[in-house]
Design a protein around this ligand. Structure first.
Ligand SMILES: NC(=O)c1ccc[n+]([C@@H]2O[C@H](COP(=O)([O-])OP(=O)(O)OC[C@H]3O[C@@H](n4cnc5c(N)ncnc54)[C@H](OP(=O)(O)O)[C@@H]3O)[C@@H](O)[C@H]2O)c1
Length: 387
């Protein structure tokens, strides 16, 4: 890792709703000597964000469409964290620049099509340059990725492992998150083609198997309550961790569910998702939906303080069972900002990380070191039962 670069960490997208929260967390938690920079397309806005921090930070104007400027930005820093989304529309050049320059890259992408695209285009290059490309460093998918790893650690080694996760979350979404969700839904056929293309080239782990998540809506045998499979990026990220880490055993499966309680709620959720998916296919309807929550806006501090999440993880393997839990405050923004900022600090400053390069995950390239950091800032990982 180059230490002669101008910055330790660059935050790209620091003027956005989530970016401002990430900047505040980074500013408060980075070591005094850390060389931080805020980047984005609006120099004046960056100056305002920088002025709210209690330390010196550099300000770098750059547009995500300017390839040459992105190359210079990536070459100037050891770690680049970006909140410029929707990533499928705005993020490809940033990943490309980091893979070329050997710069560690982190984002908040919950967009499976982007995840697969960057694997296909940039994984090999990043392996050669030494860059760690870590997607989904927010609520998508840190609680799942690190929580499943924590659950696996409670079970014996060298055995088949099955983990089911049940998420309860209360909170509202930002304009940027809505834009990304609509982008993913409207590009579903392309996403499916990218997923197939990736499956054809991504090597399977030797002598081990990682099975796809269970996809059945119904009453859970773990909780006795209704649960709906989550169509999010989380299962993909955890499967990647399982492929990268021997410790997940010879036959591994993770199935994430939304814990909804009753059959009528499960039905309403399934119908609501289908209606949103249909609406996203029609451009004028999609634009009207987006106008309900414009980019740059999101839940205010009072709303965020009332928000929380818990993820219960039921693991089984080698005749043993483990029940673990990950809990925290406002999932989408308050805790997401901590997760991205702590991931950036972990890659930049923690020296007990495994050697890794290419498209990796929070669990495979940071694991317990990031978990420790998140515990320090109030995101709890605990064992409920172990038998
Ligand atoms: N669950 C999760 O893990 C999670 C949680 C939160 C957010 N996210 C994701 O994070 C992303 C950001 O969300 P948000 O609500 O913070 O969005 P936002 O408020 O709209 O912020 C977007 C940021 O991108 C910048 N930007 C847009 N186009 C640009 C360009 N061409 N060049 C440079 N910068 C550009 C914006 O700059 P300006 O200020 O100049 O417009 C702004 O700083 C979304 O993709 C969202 O889905 C994921």
């Amino acid at each position: 890792m180059a230490t002669d670069r101008e910055h330790d960490i660059v935050l790209l997208g620091a003027t956005g709703f989530t970016g401002r929260l990430v900047a505040a967390h980074l500013g408060g938690r980075a070591p005094e000597a850390a060389r931080l920079a805020l980047a984005g397309r609006n120099q004046q806005g960056l100056g305002h964000v920088a002025a709210t921090l209690d330390r010196e930070v550099a300000v770098v104007p750059v547009d995500a469409a300017d390839t040459a400027a992105l190359e210079r930005l990536a070459a100037s820093t050891r770690v680049l964290a970006t909140t410029v989304g929707p990533y499928s529309r705005l993020g490809a050049g940033v990943v490309s620049a980091c893979a070329e320059q050997g710069t560690d890259y982190l984002d908040l992408a919950g967009e499976p099509c982007f995840y697969d695209l960057t694997y296909l285009r940039h994984h090999e290059q990043a392996c050669r340059s030494g860059a760690r490309l870590v997607h989904a460093c927010g609520f998508d998918s840190v609680p799942h990725d690190l929580g499943v790893q924590f659950t696996v650690e409670q079970l014996p080694e060298g055995v088949a492992i099955d983990v089911r996760g049940y998420l309860k979350a209360h909170g509202t979404i930002s304009g940027g998150t809505l834009a990304s969700a609509l982008e993913v839904m409207s590009a579903a056929p392309r996403g499916a083609a990218l997923a197939i293309a990736r499956r054809l080239v991504e090597p399977a782990p030797t002598g081990r198997r990682v099975s796809p998540a269970a996809r059945k809506v119904g009453r859970s045998r773990d909780t006795g309550r209704w649960a709906v499979p989550m169509p999010t990026i989380d299962a993909l990220v955890v499967a990647r961790s399982a492929r990268l880490c021997q410790r997940y055993g010879p036959d591994f499966r993770y199935s994430p569910f939304l814990a909804v309680g009753t059959a009528s709620r499960a039905g309403a959720l399934a119908l609501g998702t289908a209606a949103m998916f249909a609406a996203a296919q029609v451009p004028p309807v999609r634009h009207r939906l987006q106008a309900l929550r414009p980019p740059g806006t999101g839940p205010d501090q009072e709303r965020r303080q009332r928000s929380s999440f818990s993820l219960r993880l039921y693991g089984e393997g080698g005749g043993m069972q483990a029940l673990a839990e990950v809990t925290g405050g406002d999932p989408g923004y308050g805790e997401t900002a901590k997760m991205l900022a702590e991931s950036a600090l972990c890659l930049a400053f923690d020296d007990d990380l495994p050697i890794a390069a290419g498209q990796v995950t929070t669990a495979s390239c940071m694991g317990p070191a990031l978990r420790r950091r998140l515990q320090e800032v109030g995101i709890q990982f605990s064992t409920v039962e172990h038998f």
